[in-house]
Design a protein around this ligand. Structure first.
Ligand SMILES: Cc1ncc(COP(=O)(O)O)c(C=O)c1O
Length: 441
């Protein structure tokens, strides 16, 4: 079939093998509910909510209408020293969803910007308290915190930092939380939680807690393969941070907005961070938007340190709290509330995990993990690491399923509106495609 575009050459695609893609393109030309349509007319199940974005499914008319209406009445307002009502309304609703006193929300345009904003807020907070000596940031092996310089500096995936020699200094990494003992365990593994979290204690003992500004973790490490924190892990990180004045930041760009069966992972695991970064499902993916929610004490410390009438935080984006993104966010949150989608994710979780864990008997599948409506599975690598994952992703696409792969790790995160039979269909396609692949690999 002819492609619906004149040329594929000019668009330099992100995180894509451009030369390969352009020889064997996969274009999506329509999307609705949990389905996508490719350029050859085939229909696929969206097993990854796009890129973990469309919690309420594709093509939500309420969101489209809210954005249209917003653009028609108030399309753009300078966000520095001016504002529009939608920014305040959305911040209030986001604050109501976050736990405890994370009541102040700074808007960005992506998850990457949310992470870099959280880094800068941590620095500004400690500066305001006279603790400029807190120059270090703690991250974790296998972490993904976006692609701006701050997030890249925190990256725990070597490919994401290899080509960029000049990053932030003073970043130290804890071990990742994948453990052989927790292989094929649903939910939180029983082993190693406190011991792995004590990596932070070791960094405190090596560098001095007074030199550490913040510890960033994805509560469930997402892009790297849905690594669920073992029992006691997040609690122990919280304890160590409290003991040493270190800010604990949960990067919930994937976990947030119901993916784990609660508004945020913070509630799903019952651990309160000092900041939460979010994006993706904040607008159901319909407009680019991210945000950082911070505790009252952080907001108050930074704002009160500045003289009356002065700007308190020298940071912001031309499109911070963009009216169309706020309209999309408000409409998305309304759908989540009305359709009780976070509760729905919790209810569906058992069926979903049963289905995905049924893949464990396949020869090529070496681990399965999952929590809520999020799961990951490992494929035994071939001679070239990542090659099997890339080939499988393509084969799955043409067999009717979109999922994300990071190297040889597959990620499944369907829209929260998915039906049980659609989950079964996704897993059937996975089973057949992986089994087929094993025969020819
Ligand atoms: C945990 C986490 N942080 C940050 C990001 C970056 O978000 P964005 O791609 O919107 O910049 C992602 C994206 O997948 C993510 O998973």
């Amino acid at each position: 079939m002819t492609l619906p575009v004149n040329s594929l050459e000019e668009h330099w695609m992100p995180f894509t093998a451009n030369r390969d893609f352009k020889q064997d393109p996969r274009l999506v030309v329509r999307s609705e509910g949990v389905h996508l349509w490719d350029h050859r007319g085939g229909r696929l199940l969206d097993g990854c909510s796009g890129l973990f974005c469309v919690a309420a499914g594709h093509g939500r008319a309420e969101i489209a209408e809210a954005v249209r209406e917003q653009l028609a009445t108030n399309d753009y307002i300078a966000p520095f020293q001016l504002a529009h009502p939608g920014g305040f309304a959305l911040a209030r609703q986001v604050a109501a969803l976050t736990p405890g006193d994370l009541n102040h929300v700074f808007f960005t345009n992506s998850g990457s910007e949310a992470v870099d904003t959280a880094i800068k807020i941590a620095m500004a907070y400690h500066t305001a308290r006279g603790e400029q000596g807190r120059v270090r940031f703690v991250t974790r092996e296998r972490a993904y915190h976006g692609v701006n310089i701050g997030g890249t500096s925190l990256a725990g995936l070597v490919k994401n930092r290899d080509a960029y020699p000049t990053l932030m200094p003073y970043v130290a990494a804890m071990r990742h939380t994948w453990l052989e003992e927790n292989r094929f365990v649903r939910g939180q593994g029983a082993h190693g939680g406190v011991e792995l979290a004590n990596d932070l204690q070791r960094l405190v003992e090596t560098y001095g807690g007074h030199s550490i500004a913040a510890c960033f973790v994805e509560p469930v490490a997402g892009s790297t393969g849905c690594l669920v924190p073992p029992v006691g892990y997040l609690e122990r990180l919280r304890e160590i941070c409290d003991a040493h004045g270190i800010l604990l930041v949960f990067d919930e760009v994937i976990c947030g907005f119901g993916r784990l069966g609660a508004p945020f992972a913070a509630q799903a695991f019952g651990v309160m961070p000092d900041m939460i970064t979010m994006a993706k499902a904040l607008t159901n993916g319909a407009q680019p938007m991210g945000a950082v929610a911070v505790r009252d004490s952080i907001y108050e410390t930074v704002t009160e340190a500045a003289p009356e009438g002065a700007i308190e935080l020298f940071h912001g984006y031309t499109y911070s709290a963009h009216p169309a993104a706020c309209a999309a966010g408000l409409a998305a949150l309304e759908i989540y509330r009305k359709e009780k989608l976070f509760e729905r994710a919790a209810d569906l979780s058992e069926h979903f995990l049963d289905a995905v864990f049924s893949l464990r008997d396949l020869e090529l599948v070496t681990d399965v993990r999952g929590f809520g409506l999020f799961a990951g599975f490992d494929i035994a690598p071939g001679a070239v690491p990542g090659a099997r994952g890339a080939a499988l992703q393509k084969a799955l696409f043409w067999n009717g399923l979109h999922v994300k792969f990071t190297g040889d790790v597959g990620l499944i995160a369907p829209p929260l509106i998915v039906e049980r039979d659609e989950i079964d269909a996704m897993v059937r396609i996975l089973r057949e495609t992986i089994a087929d692949f094993a025969r020819t690999a």
